[in-house]
Design a binder for this molecule. Structure first.
Ligand code: NAP
Ligand code: G4F
Length: 378
């Protein structure tokens, strides 16, 4: 594996007597959650390693603000972020990386995470989500055995699996909690259920300190543009500035429990600080229909969503998850975790961000630059 540009100081930059900072490996560091988790761990003084997929174009937009030019490394206070080329589908790259960086904590956030796309790419989704988790767990298990960390409870690697409320699927009880049965309704959810059970199994079979966070939908200004909240807030900004006439959506009646991603990565970290591994639901406990989120987002700029939202069946899924509402009582009780952001604040934050992007786009357009890109049926 060829190391990507390193963002951390080299050993010569670090005083010899320095205590080793806690070391975390994050898969999916370039995604929404990875970027917030990176910020959280930097604030806590961790040395962080992230895996980067090879892409023909830049894919580090969400973490570029944390990049430190390696030529300025001597001016940097402590070792922070190093990126490595690897892929969840490449077991060898994962095993090599775990052995090389010797992490104290591993956060498995990488995934083909789009539910609608998983119907188009079920095999790749399973390869990255289900088999990817298994490959990473195997890498951790082998590393622990080789180094003897498996026989010292204080030295065990702590592993976080990004499980999903999507695993509940066709729910028969509301709200959903840790004991609610899974009934997956998409290739993505099926793969996440496997990854979840594999994580629990490695905990029980090999004593790995592995926890699953069953996170309900969480959003932010860094949310991918084809997830419904961001698709809506991005459209609000562009419609308000006259850059597009309307937005086409699929099922407006689906209900989701939407929280703020910045709050949810705190729960991930808290799970790995517990003496015993376990599984936790992370959610706000409030649920809104997509239609109601539209209402909130458009109202923030004084518009009525009914004038601008049109339905298009291409955005519907072959099988839908109609209702999700989480009960995070266990996370509140055991981790002391609380969400800090209401869905109203979340919608306002995202609309403000996307209004600013629309202003910049309009400036470019008015100067004669074409800016809008074509997108797929997501
Ligand atoms: P996201 O923004 O889609 O980020 C996914 C990350 O995974 C990106 O860094 C992506 O790299 C990387 N990735 C995709 N395929 C990969 C592969 N084969 N090998 C290595 N890296 C790969 O997702 P997110 O919203 O941050 O979610 C983080 C995790 O939590 C995911 O596992 C998701 O399924 C799960 N989850 C999310 C939510 C939610 O509401 N956000 C809720 C429950 C669970 P690129 O940047 O190069 O694409
Ligand atoms: O924003 P969504 O695409 O998120 P979805 O499917 O709930 O999945 C997200 O949350 C999961 C946690 O439960 C994560 F595990 C997963 O990785 C991802 O982050 O869609 C939300 C709802 C769906 O019911 C969908 O049918 O919005 C509905 N929707 C209606 N119109 C739309 C659209 N979704 C998208 N993406 N695009 C539409 O035009």
């Amino acid at each position: 594996m060829t190391p990507a540009p390193t963002h951390a100081p080299q050993p010569t930059d670090v005083p010899a007597q320095a205590v080793r900072a806690r070391c975390a490996l994050i898969t999916g560091i370039t995604g929404q959650d990875g970027s917030y988790l990176l910020e959280l761990l930097i604030g806590k003084g961790y040395s962080i390693h992230g895996i980067l997929r090879r892409s023909s174009s830049f894919n580090t937009g969400r973490i570029d603000h944390l990049y430190v030019d390696p030529h300025l490394r001597l001016a940097q206070a402590a070792g922070q972020m190093t990126l490595h080329y690897a892929d969840l589908t490449d077991a060898g790259s994962l095993a090599k990386l775990v052995r090389q960086i010797e992490p104290d904590e591993v956060y498995n956030l990488a995934a083909q995470s789009h539910v609608r796309v998983s119907f188009d790419m079920p095999v790749y989704t399973a390869e990255s989500v289900a088999m990817g988790a298994l490959k990473l767990l195997e890498a951790v298990r082998d590393y622990e055995v080789i180094t003897g960390r498996d026989s010292d409870p204080a030295a065990r690697v702590r592993y976080y699996q990004a499980s999903s409320s999507e695993q509940y699927g066709k729910v028969r009880e509301t709200p959903q909690c840790e004991t609610t049965p899974f009934y997956p309704r998409s290739p993505y959810a099926v793969a996440k259920v496997m990854a979840h059970h594999a994580t629990v199994n490695y905990r029980e079979a090999y004593g790995i300190h592995a926890s699953c966070g069953i996170l309900f939908n969480h959003e932010s200004p860094r949310r991918g543009e084809t997830f419904v909240t961001r698709k809506i807030t991005r459209a609000v900004g562009r419609i308000k500035l006259g850059l597009q006439p309307r937005v086409y959506l699929g099922n407006l009646e689906a209900k989701r429990d939407w929280g703020f991603a910045g709050d949810y990565v705190r729960a991930m970290w808290l799970m790995l600080q517990q003496s015993a591994p376990d599984d936790y639901v992370v959610a706000t406990g409030r649920t809104l229909a997509v239609r109601e989120f539209c209402e909130l987002a458009f109202a923030h700029v004084g518009l009525d969503y009914r004038d601008f939202v049109a339905e298009d069946a291409r955005y519907r899924r072959p099988s839908e998850v109609d209702l999700l509402r989480g009960d995070a009582a266990k996370a509140r009780r055991m981790l002391g975790w609380e969400p800090t952001t209401t869905v109203e604040q979340l919608a306002a934050m995202m609309v403000e961000h996307d209004l600013e992007l629309a202003r910049r786009e309009k400036t470019l357009r008015d100067a004669g630059h074409a800016t809008e890109r074509q997108r797929g049926p997501e």
